[in-house]
Design a binder for this molecule. Structure first.
Ligand SMILES: Cc1cc2nc3c(=O)[nH]c(=O)nc-3n(C[C@H](O)[C@H](O)[C@H](O)COP(=O)(O)OP(=O)(O)OC[C@H]3O[C@@H](n4cnc5c(N)ncnc54)[C@H](O)[C@@H]3O)c2cc1C
Length: 596
């Protein structure tokens, strides 16, 4: 399946909604519009011409394991080499370690493109950026000196080693041990499962970030430490040293992302070093996980875009039946299926969910940039709090959305969607994992309610809602935007009431935290996307009033916003009603009575 980066829409989001040039100036980075567009075009070429052609074959060939060595699909090593040589790996890396320090607001578009071109291929590099962040923020000067530059350049990749057979969501159960050695290092012993890119043939070294317990560690999550455990131990100057005592014992056979290796990793007294303080490993891991969760959200977005592109192409070509209103193309045997209202419903649902999510991703990326790069400490802190609120929403909603949009892609193709050759079924299989890893979407929803809503009594959420209220006030007087602005204003006041109600319900009965969480997250996401669509519509109207030469593009934004308002946003009401249904009906049925 071909993939073409949605460059016009990306430029709309970056330049017209988020003023990326001004953003770069605020960060002290002198990127101008020409350079930004140049990067986007080169990125689109790499994703579309180098990576996308590998996707189908990688699904069929998969990975193989030969005497502990993983062989990745044909073409992956060469494409990865280009990824390093052309500087794609180092886009966001810290400048003092050879990175380019480019903003997430720009990089997230490249990452979306990669996910849309081949999720399997992106998995190998995806966790390295988070590992770099964790090491940069929490690691010792010696570790940074020895490892960071080559991780930043992409010459070495990073992994995230959390999961064990008995410890998935519940990290308190993990058993991997780290024994202190006289020289300050640790010996790591234990087995990790499901490690993405744990072994591969793309790079000469792999740097594992491993969660383990020290001998005297307290029980539970307060006794977990984070260690850097390399495949090859680096010499102080960063050159390759001795092979470490760790190996890949097996690779998994999976439903999707078959080109990405998912490894059982055995640590047999491997040498490692603490990142951060003993027993404080979760702090470092959260730095990595925050980035990884945002990236997984982008996976849903990238796959959604790819599915929309395929469905749109097919709907324009496939001739079946006449349009209800009479022949649209009488010279043909039948009309293209894009003329049927139900096919339009599917395409517009795909389009508005994907484009709406792209705007929300950019909003969050901007906050992430400010959190790490703003000059003022209060700005950094405020941006970090805002990003933390949004990340579970982005991870869970975008990946549910990606799966829905991929499924709609199959549906638009009819029976052909179920057949391998068209690529739609692969997108559906590939996107399914995104709802599971990096914390299942159920766990994201718990994080959203427990840590983000109840954690501060709802004050950060109120601040976000106030920001969108202001937008409604600004736009409600414009006739073209009035319907959208009034609907958004009504939803905002409903959302405020619902937030208070969820807090009250959770205080009355702790089970309500888990009972309301998924519906509250979904409700929040649909309303947030409505806010993004209002902003897009406002910008489109500005451009039309200014006599833009791209009237069709901006009119399409207005039509899409109206579709979202009338046909997608009403889903929020269903989530509201469901969550108000409460916990009692979930917990009343005795466990023994689930089936007779
Ligand atoms: C292809 C693939 C790649 C992966 N890559 C990595 C990787 O690179 N590194 C790594 O460390 N791990 C990785 N994982 C592991 C992944 O992160 C876990 O599978 C995931 O976090 C869920 O853990 P689990 O599978 O043990 O499910 P469980 O934790 O057993 O969960 C089972 C179900 O119970 C629910 N559940 C559990 N606890 C709660 C709760 N408290 N409240 C409500 N519901 C709950 C879950 O939401 C889920 O629906 C990968 C997994 C796969 C399949």
């Amino acid at each position: 399946m071909s993939y073409h980066a949605p460059l016009r829409d990306m430029r709309f989001v970056l330049h017209e909604l988020f003023d990326i040039s001004g953003h770069c100036q605020q960060l002290g980075n002198g990127l101008d519009r020409e350079l930004i567009d140049g990067v986007l075009e080169e990125a689109a070429r790499y994703a579309g011409e180098v990576v996308a052609p590998l996707n189908r074959h990688s699904d069929e060939q998969g990975c193989s394991l030969n005497a502990g060595a993983v062989i990745t699909p044909d073409g992956f090593p060469a494409a990865y080499q280009q990824f390093v040589d052309n500087g794609w790996a180092s886009m966001t890396g810290p400048v003092e370690f050879g990175g380019q320090g480019l903003p997430q607001l720009l990089a997230c578009n490249f990452h979306e493109m990669l996910m849309g071109a081949s999720l399997s291929f992106r998995v190998y590099s995806g966790l390295t950026e988070g590992a770099v962040l964790a090491l940069h923020k929490h690691g010792s000067a010696e570790l940074k000196q020895a490892y960071l530059a080559k991780m930043v350049s992409g010459q070495w990749t990073g992994t995230m080693c959390l999961t064990e057979p008995q410890a998935g969501t519940d990290l308190a159960l993990l058993r991997t041990r780290a024994e202190p050695q006289a020289d300050g290092s640790y010996q790591i012993s234990g087995s990790k499962i499901f490690i993405s890119g744990g072994e591969q043939d793309l790079t000469e070294n792999i740097i594992h970030l491993v969660l383990a317990r020290l001998p005297d560690a307290p029980a539970g999550v307060k006794g977990i430490s984070l260690l850097l455990v390399p495949k090859f131990i680096a010499n102080p100057d960063g050159s390759l040293g001795a092979r470490n005592a760790l190996s890949c014992g097996a690779i998994e056979h999976k439903m999707g992302i078959k080109g990405a290796s998912t490894c059982v990793m055995n640590f047999d007294g491997a040498t490692g070093w603490l990142i951060g303080e003993a027993n404080q490993g979760l702090a470092g891991m959260f730095t990595m996980m925050n980035d990884a969760r945002f990236q997984v959200g982008l996976q849903g977005l990238g796959i959604g875009e790819a599915a929309f592109q395929g469905a749109l192409r097919y709907a324009r070509e496939r001739l079946q039946s006449r349009a209800l209103s009479g022949a649209a193309e009488p010279q043909k045997a039948a009309d293209p299926i894009i003329n049927h209202p139900d096919v339009r419903r599917m395409l517009l649902t795909q389009k508005t969910l994907v484009e709406g999510s792209r705007m929300l991703a950019a909003y969050c990326a901007r906050q992430l940039d400010l959190e790490h790069g703003a000059a003022d400490a209060p700005v950094r802190k405020a941006a970090g709090t805002r990003a933390a609120l949004l990340i579970p929403i982005i991870k869970a909603f975008f990946t549910d959305m990606g799966q829905e949009v991929a499924s709609l892609g199959v549906q638009v193709y009819g029976g052909h969607g179920f057949i391998r050759e068209w690529g739609m079924e692969q997108l559906m299989r590939d996107s399914r994992i995104t709802q599971l890893y990096e914390g299942t979407n159920g766990i994201q929803a718990l994080d959203y309610i427990r840590r983000k809503l109840l954690g501060d009594g709802g004050s950060e959420l109120s601040a976000l809602q106030a920001e969108f209220s202001q937008l409604c006030d600004q736009q409600a007087q414009r006739p073209v935007l009035a319907e959208l602005a009034h609907a958004m204003r009504a939803r905002l006041s409903e959302w405020r009431e619902l937030s208070s109600e969820v807090i009250a319900m959770s205080q009355r009965d702790v089970q309500e935290i888990g009972a309301t969480s998924v519906d509250f997250l979904q409700y929040s996401a649909y309303v947030l996307l409505a806010g993004c669509w209002l902003q897009a519509a406002a910008r489109a109207q500005d451009a039309l009033e200014a006599g833009s030469g791209e009237a069709a593009f901006y009119q399409a934004k207005l039509h899409s916003a109206t579709f979202y308002l009338r046909r997608v946003l009403p889903r929020a009401s269903g989530h509201r009603e469901a969550l108000l249904g409460g916990a009692a009906c979930l917990m009343a049925l005795p466990e023994a009575h689930f089936a007779f």
